[in-house]
Design a binder for this molecule. Structure first.
Ligand code: NAD
Length: 318
């Protein structure tokens, strides 16, 4: 049986990827330090003979029993609150963690996939963003620990490919949402959903005209899996996300409606370096991976609201 190692497997996207890989008949080893993820995200997989969860910081070398044939590197905090709280941890996992995971993939002759981010485009001057755009990044601003370490990780992976023949690809993930996002982690969709369900004001940064394109997490897991396993992906970079673009103010209203909430929508000052526009061009993923998001925002948001309604009720008994 093929064995995939998912670094960051107890995180939001990583846990959905584990579900998908297991459903397609692969054995999965999830490696996670629980820095921002939770064992609860994969608790439903515990006890399966084809699933193993290892607590480990990938900044330290890994010695898992092999061979593994695919290494997915999703181990990195990704939310704006983490950029202030644990910026150094972010930099090291994208640097040392990437090195250690490349070493492991090279040891076993495995394929490697790096989960990068749309943030490597910074505050883009091209719209929508294609993979060939090099970005507009502030290297010393408050988002730099994330943006620049992801750029470093991309460089490292592609250098290992050129110099050592590592079979590697990069996916640049755009805003993703859905069940298992960490409560209170500052990302727009989860903040709006929890605010709406609690009857609290929905806080829109700036005037709300900045755009976001949201991809439902099961669509994202499907794209990541295809980028790893389809032929002709070695050496490629793929934008993965939902090109359907809406303003932050529109999302606030949509989520409030879906949650059937009477929360007020409140505006607060913009954060420095908060990107104004973000929309993937997924032409390459469509063509090479035959992939595009299938779940419409209104359906994905409904599934997300339903999940949080249940989990908030458990977390906050009245
Ligand atoms: P997440 O925080 O839920 O998942 C990251 C996981 O990595 C967590 O389980 C965390 O505990 C683990 N981790 C962090 N540092 C580690 C370390 N040193 N050793 C081992 N495990 C470690 O975040 P996510 O949203 O699931 O993001 C997954 C990947 O996707 C990240 O690489 C992130 O940069 C990328 N990404 C996510 C989004 C999004 O919208 N969610 C957007 C762009 C990119």
């Amino acid at each position: 049986m093929n064995t995939a190692l998912v670094a960051g497997g107890a995180g939001f996207i990583g846990s959905h990827l584990c579900d998908r890989l297991l459903a397609s008949g692969r054995r999965v080893i999830a490696v996670d330090s629980f820095l921002t993820g939770r064992p609860e995200n994969v608790a439903h997989l515990a006890g399966r003979p084809d699933f193993q969860l290892i607590e480990h910081d990938v900044c330290e070398p890994l010695d898992v029993e092999g061979p593994v044939d695919a290494v997915f590197h999703l181990a990195s905090p990704a939310s704006p609150t983490d950029f202030d709280r644990i910026p150094e941890e972010i930099m090291w996992v994208n640097a040392l963690g990437t090195r250690n995971l490349c070493d492991l993939a090279q040891r076993d002759g495995a394929r490697l996939l790096l989960a990068s981010t749309s943030e490597i485009y910074g505050d883009p001057l091209e719209h929508p963003q294609r993979e060939s755009y090099f970005g507009n990044v502030n290297p010393i601003g408050p988002r730099a620990p994330y943006d620049e370490s992801k750029r470093f990780a991309e460089s490292l992976v592609m250098m290992r490919r050129r110099m050592h023949g590592l079979n590697a690809r990069v996916v640049r993930i755009f805003n993703t949402y859905g069940p298992r996002m960490r409560l209170g982690d500052g990302r727009m969709s989860i903040e709006f959903v929890t605010n709406a369900l609690r009857g609290e004001p929905l806080t829109v940064v700036g005037d709300g005209s900045q755009t976001r394109s949201l991809c439902f997490v099961t669509d994202m897991a499907a794209g990541i899996s295809r980028a790893m396993y389809l032929p002709a992906t070695d050496g490629q970079v793929f934008n993965l996300g939902n090109p359907s673009e809406h303003s932050v103010a529109e999302y606030a209203e949509l989520i409030r409606d879906i949650a059937d909430s009477s929360s007020e929508i409140r505006h607060v000052p913009a954060r420095p370096d908060d990107p104004q526009r973000r929309q993937p061009d997924i032409g390459r993923a469509r063509k090479v991976l035959d992939w595009q998001p299938e779940i419409a925002p209104v359906d994905g948001l409904r599934r997300t609201v339903d999940w949080y309604r249940e989990h908030l009720a458990l977390a906050e008994p009245s």
